[in-house]
Design a protein around this ligand. Structure first.
Ligand code: RIB
Ligand code: CA
Length: 324
C-alpha cells in the first residue's frame, strides 16, 4: 500500500546550500513510502539571479534524473529596489561553486514562480507545504496574487532571520530577509502558520572536510557534485568560523519541514520584520520575552522559531546526501 502523498513546493535562490536542500528533498522523495511529492520548484534572485537559480536547479534535477519536476523562474528584483548581483564571493560566479553541471535538456515552465505557487495551492488545497530558502519575494507576490493563499497552504517553512544571534549580512539582518525586507514583512504579517529556521540554529550545525570528502568519495553523481561545490563555500566560511567548514542553512530548513529532526527549543511567538531604512532594516524581531517562564501562549503568535535541535544535523544530512 503506498502512503499518502504530501505535496511540497520549494522556493530557492540556487546557490550551494540551496543545492544541498534540493538534494535532501530529492533523497527524501526517493525513499519508499516517504510520501514526499515535490510538485514544483520556484527560483528567486538572491545568491544569484532568478534566471541563473532556475538554470542551476534544472541542471541539478537533471543530474538526479528528476527533470519531471517543474521549475518556474520567479522575481528578478525585490519588492522595493533592485537585484544587486548576488553573492559570488560566497557561492561562486555561477552560484554553485563554479562547478559546471551538464546543461539540462529541460526548460523552465512559462508561468512565474508566484503563479505556480498559487496554482499548486489551489490544486492541493489545504495540503501544500511551502519551503522558502531564498528571499521571500515570490511568496509575497503569490500573496498579492491571491490573498486567500494562507488558507490553502498547510505550512510555510522559511530559512531566514536571526532571533538571538547576529545577522550575516548586517549586524542584525540575515541575507534572505534583508534581500527583500518588504516582502518578508508582508509574509510574516499574513495569517498562516510559519516555521522559521534562523541563523540561531543553522550556524551551529556545520559540515567539515570529513563530510565533504565522504560526498566526493561516494562517486555518486549528485553527492560528488555537491562535495565539489562545497569547496568554494568552505573557503568563504574560513572568514566566519576561522577554519574550512560550512553552515547548512537550507538543507536544515528542509529537514525541519519534513519533520526529520527533534527540535529542542522552538517557541511559537510573534515575529515582525523591520522595514525601516535605519540600522535595523531586515531584522526579524522575535518576541522571545516568554523565555523565562516556558514561553506562555502569546496572542497573535503564529511563527514557530526553531532556536536549537536535540542532535547535530550533519550526520543526518550526510546520510541523506549519500543516497541522493
Ligand atoms: O543567510 C543564508 C541564506 O541566504 C541561505 O538561504 C543562503 O542560500 C542564502 O540564500
Ligand atoms: Ca538560499
Amino acid at each position: 500500500m503506498t502512503s499518502a502523498r504530501t505535496p511540497y513546493y520549494l522556493d530557492c535562490d540556487t546557490g550551494i546550500d540551496d543545492a544541498l536542500a534540493i538534494a535532501y528533498l530529492l533523497a527524501a522523495a526517493a525513499q519508499p513510502d516517504s510520501g514526499v511529492d515535490i510538485v514544483g520548484i520556484g527560483s528567486v534572485s538572491g545568491n544569484v539571479s532568478a534566471a541563473m537559480g532556475a538554470s542551476n536547479t534544472l541542471d541539478l534535477l537533471a543530474l538526479a534524473g528528476r527533470s519531471d519536476i517543474p521549475v518556474a523562474v520567479g522575481a528578478h528584483h525585490p519588492k522595493v529596489g533592485e537585484f544587486r548581483g548576488g553573492a559570488p564571493h560566497v557561492h561562486g560566479e555561477n552560484g554553485i561553486g563554479n562547478v559546471e553541471l551538464e546543461r539540462s535538456a529541460a526548460s523552465a515552465v512559462s508561468e512565474s514562480a508566484a503563479e505556480m505557487l498559487v496554482r499548486l495551492a489551489h490544486k492541493h488545497a489545504g495540503e501544500l507545504r511551502v519551503i522558502a530558502v531564498g528571499p521571500l519575494t515570490n511568496i509575497a507576490d503569490a500573496l498579492h496574487l491571491d490573498p486567500t493563499l494562507p488558507g490553502l497552504v498547510k505550512e510555510l517553512t522559511i530559512m531566514g532571520g536571526a532571533a538571538l544571534v547576529p545577522g550575516n549580512i548586517t549586524a542584525v539582518a540575515e541575507a534572505n530577509i534583508a534581500n527583500d525586507a518588504d516582502a518578508a514583512s508582508d509574509v510574516f504579517a499574513a495569517d498562516w502558520f510559519i516555521t522559521l529556521v534562523p541563523l540561531d540554529v543553522t550556524m551551529p550545525n556545520v559540515f567539515l572536510e570529513e563530510h565533504r570528502a565522504a560526498l566526493i568519495r561516494s562517486g555518486r553523481p549528485v553527492a560528488s557534485a555537491l562535495g565539489h561545490m562545497l569547496d568554494h563555500y568552505f573557503e568563504f566560511y574560513v572568514g566566519v568560523y576561522g577554519h574550512r567548514a560550512s553552515a547548512l542553512h537550507d538543507p536544515l530548513a528542509v529537514a525541519v519541514a519534513l519533520g526529520d529532526l527533534a527540535l529542542k527549543s522552538a517557541p511559537v511567538v510573534r515575529v515582525v520584520v523591520d522595514t525601516t531604512d535605519g540600522p535595523g532594516r531586515g531584522q526579524t524581531v522575535c518576541d522571545l520575552r516568554g523565555m523565562y517562564n516556558g514561553y506562555p501562549e502569546q496572542s497573535g503568535a503564529h511563527t514557530r522559531v526553531v532556536l536549537s535541535l536535540e542532535d547535530d544535523f550533519a550526520p543526518t544530512l550526510l546520510a541523506r546526501l549519500l543516497v541522493a
